[in-house]
Design a protein around this ligand. Structure first.
Ligand code: NAD
Ligand code: TDX
Length: 331
C-alpha cells in the first residue's frame, strides 16, 4: 500500500508517519508538506530513510495530481491550525484549508484514490460550561473562529465530493491533541517551554475554558482504524473523555515541573474564545472497536514535559519569535 500523507512534517502528521513506519513496514509513505513555520524536517529525522519527502504546497494542482496518481490512499493532515493566528490573519487559512482541500479532492476524484480527511471538533462551535451534553456526529456545524470556519468549509467540500462524485472519503473530527512534536505556539508546549526558559505560563482570561484532551497516538490509531475499516462517506468523532479546564492543566504542568502551582500570569483572553469542547466517541468505539490507550493524562503530560526538556534543539530557535508575536497580541 502506498499512502500520501499531507502535513506529515507537522505535529499530528509526523507522529502518524513515525507510527506507520514503526508498525506497518509494508506501507510506502510519501509526505507532502510545504514546511511552513509549523512544519519541520527535523520532526521526521528518525524516519528519513524509510519515507519519501516532497516539499510543496497542497494548493499546487499539478504537483498534487502527480503525487495522488501514485498513491492508494491520501491522509490529509496539512492545515493552518492555530486559532490565534487565524484571528490575526485569516488569509492563509482560506488558501490552505479550503483551496488546498479542494485541490486534493479534485485529484482523488480524478484518480479514484481513497481519501481520509482529518478535521477538528471546533467545527461544532462550543458548549456551555454547565451543559452536560457532548458533540456527536449529528451536532450541527457552528464554527466560531476563522480557523474553525475554514475547517468546517473543508469538511463540507468532502461531503459534497462524496455525494456528487462518489469520492471514497471518510472524515474524522478530533478533540485537542497533546504529545511530542507539537508547535510551541500551542497551549501545553507554550507553557512547558515558558517554564524551561525561565518565563511564567500565560493563561487566557480566567482559565475556565474546557478542552477535551487526547494523546496524539490515540488520535492517530483512530485515523488508521477509520482508513482501514471506516464506512465511505461517514464522519467519526475521536475523543478520549479528557475534559479539563485550562487552569487545572497549567497548575498540573507547574506542579510536574517542581514549580509553585500559582506561578503563572493571567493574560488577555482570546477573541470569541470557545468555552468548552466535549466529544462523544461512542460510535467510533462501538462500530470500529477503537479504544484510547493513553488514559492517564498526568503520565502523558509528564512524558510530554520530558520530551521538550530532552529536545531543546527542536524548539528553542522558534521561542523568541513565538513569544514576541504573542506579546503584540497582549497574550
Ligand atoms: P500543525 O500546524 O502542527 O501542522 C500542519 C502541517 O501542515 C505543517 O507541517 C505545515 O508545514 C503543513 N502545511 C501547512 N500549510 C500547507 C500547505 N499549503 N501545503 C502543504 N503543507 C502545508 O497542525 P497539527 O496540529 O498537526 O494538525 C494537523 C491536522 O489535524 C489539521 O488538519 C488540524 O486541523 C487537525 N486537528 C488538530 C488538532 C490538534 O489538537 N492539534 C485536533 C483536531 C484536528
Ligand atoms: O498561551 C495560551 N494560553 C491559554 O490559556 C494558549 C496558546 C492557549 N490558551 C488556551 C486557549 C484554549 O482554551 O488554551 C486552550 C488550548 O489552546 P490551543 O492550544 O491554542 O488550542 P485550541 O484553540 O483549543 O485548538 C486546538 O485544538 C483543536 C488546535 O490548535 C486546533 O488545531 C484543533 O483543531
Amino acid at each position: 500500500m502506498r499512502i500520501l500523507v499531507t502535513g506529515g512534517a507537522g505535529f499530528i502528521g509526523s507522529n502518524f508517519v513515525h507510527n506507520v513506519v514503526r508498525e506497518r513496514p509494508e506501507v510506502r509513505v510519501t509526505v507532502l508538506d510545504a514546511l511552513t513555520y509549523a512544519g519541520s524536517r527535523s520532526s521526521l529525522s528518525t524516519v528519513n530513510n524509510s519515507i519519501s519527502f516532497v516539499e510543496g504546497d497542497i494548493v499546487d494542482a499539478d504537483l498534487v495530481n502527480g503525487l495522488v496518481s501514485e498513491a492508494d490512499a491520501v491522509v490529509h493532515f496539512a492545515a493552518e491550525s492555530h486559532n490565534d493566528n487565524s484571528l490575526a490573519d485569516p488569509s492563509p487559512f482560506l488558501q490552505t484549508n479550503i483551496i488546498g482541500t479542494y485541490t486534493l479532492l479534485q485529484a482523488v476524484r480524478e484518480h479514484d484514490v481513497r481519501y481520509h480527511h482529518v478535521s477538528t471538533d471546533e467545527v461544532y462551535g462550543d458548549l456551555a460550561l454547565n451543559d452536560p451534553s457532548k458533540f456527536t456526529e449529528f451536532t450541527p456545524y457552528n464554527p466560531s473562529s476563522p480557523y474553525s470556519a475554514t475547517k468546517a468549509a473543508s469538511d463540507m467540500l468532502v461531503r459534497a465530493w462524496v455525494r456528487s462524485y462518489g469520492v471514497r472519503a471518510t472524515l474524522s473530527n478530533c478533540s485537542n491533541n497533546y504529545g511530542p512534536y507539537q508547535h510551541i505556539e500551542k497551549f501545553i508546549p507554550r507553557q512547558i517551554t515558558n517554564i524551561l526558559t525561565g518565563a511564567r505560563p500565560k493563561l487566557y482570561g480566567a482559565g475556565k475554558n474546557v478542552r477535551d484532551w487526547i494523546h496524539v497516538e490515540d488520535h492517530n490509531a483512530a485515523v488508521w482504524r477509520i482508513l482501514e475499516s471506516g464506512e465511505i462517506g461517514r464522519t467519526y468523532l475521536i475523543g478520549a473523555d479528557g475534559e479539563l479546564d485550562n487552569l487545572f492543566v497549567v497548575r498540573m504542568i507547574l506542579e510536574l515541573m517542581d514549580k509553585d502551582p500559582d506561578d503563572f500570569d493571567h493574560v488577555t483572553d482570546r477573541a470569541g474564545h470557545d468555552l468548552r469542547y466535549a466529544i462523544d466517541s461512542s460510535m467510533l468505539r462501538n462500530e470500529l472497536g477503537w479504544q484510547p490507550r493513553y488514559d492517564d493524562f498526568r503520565a502523558g503530560l509528564q512524558a510530554t514535559i520530558d520530551w521538550y526538556r530532552d529536545n531543546p534543539t527542536w524548539w528553542e530557535n522558534d521561542k523568541s519569535a513565538v513569544e514576541s508575536r504573542y506579546q503584540t497580541q497582549g497574550a
